[in-house]
Design a protein around this ligand. Sequence first.
Ligand code: PLP
Length: 398
Amino acid sequence: MPGFELFGELEKQQVNDVLDNGVLMRYGFDGMRKGHWKAKELETELSKAFQTKHVQLVSSGTAAVSVALASAGVGAGDEVIMPTFTFVASFEAIMMLGAIPVLVDVDDTLCLNPEAVQQAITPKTKAIMVVQMCGSMANMDALQTIATKNNLLLVEDACQAIGGTYNGKPLGSIGDLGCFSFDFVKTITCGEGGAVITNNQNYYTNADHYSDHGHDHVGNDRGAETHPFLGYNFRISELHAAVGLAQVKRLPEFLNIQRKYLNIFQEVVGALPQVTLRTVPVGGEESGAFFNFFLPYLESARKVIQGFKEGGIDACWNYYDNNWHYIRKWEHLKNLKSLFPISEEVKNGLKYLETASFNDSDHFIGRNISCLIKLSWTEDEVKVRAQKMAQIIASVLK
Ligand SMILES: *Cc1c(COP(=O)(O)O)cnc(C)c1O
């Protein structure tokens, strides 16, 4: 996945354009910037790549999720349904707005289980936030039907699945709003950065203003701009956008590599009787950022991870035992360890976490192994690696 592995001359050229004129900010300073508008150019490129009318770059993927929700009016006391398996950013972004994350089970797609979503809907539910984990996706048709029927927003976090598609549409472009991260380890990197994409003009205008202190961006005198509503600063800098501009042009190249390697892993490792590949919904095509599979039991997954470690196979995880991506180890969320007071509404809204159990999620996450696919590997290295993984699995699970 990480685009930084193929960082090179193109990225340097783009950054040098910015350094030449010294305008590091994305707005204003029209006279000094010698025609360089890296953030604007990147927004245009992303709009093409994701076949979506509007793109607002922001400072991170986490900011993108917060800005997306805020732009659609999600705030204090609103419930946002999200999966138990995701990056911690998902609940952080919801809680920053004073909204309440409602965690529900994932299924064998490793993404939201539509039935669990349906059951979690209450009169307070405002949005469903689907997280397209590890290069693939949830059953989007089912989720869209639920969202439409219940008049809920569908927000798509596609941070880990850039370039994946569903029924021919880029992931991130299917929901009402989509979110991307361009942090250092994502498929395209800016160093730090993120984007909100939407076809809704109103959400876009809100995201544009909200991510820059509420500035209306009318005219070319920043000091004279008005503030139609409150905002914050989630701006991306021109330096970061410049790196992303070089990287986005390489996305098709990155995706070809990822998918070629994913096929090799699926054929070699997937041939073992102990291995079940992750389910990809009908109509879906993975981005190839990760290779995911299930083993028969939690204990078998743990044994295989141990075997991989001893056999020198790095970059594979069982997220059941990982601190970042699964509810089981999110003690700081369950115990509401906050630096500052949290509203009673959110405290009450999160009480369910003290006793909730997520057996279905445990069943899938406990047995899952997720392996990063690196862009810097050669095809031969991938073939050797896949054989070695298969040997280890076969010998550990005899
Ligand atoms: C990386 C990631 C984010 C957050 O992105 P940052 O740019 O690191 O803030 C959000 N959601 C998911 C699923 C991610 O993987």
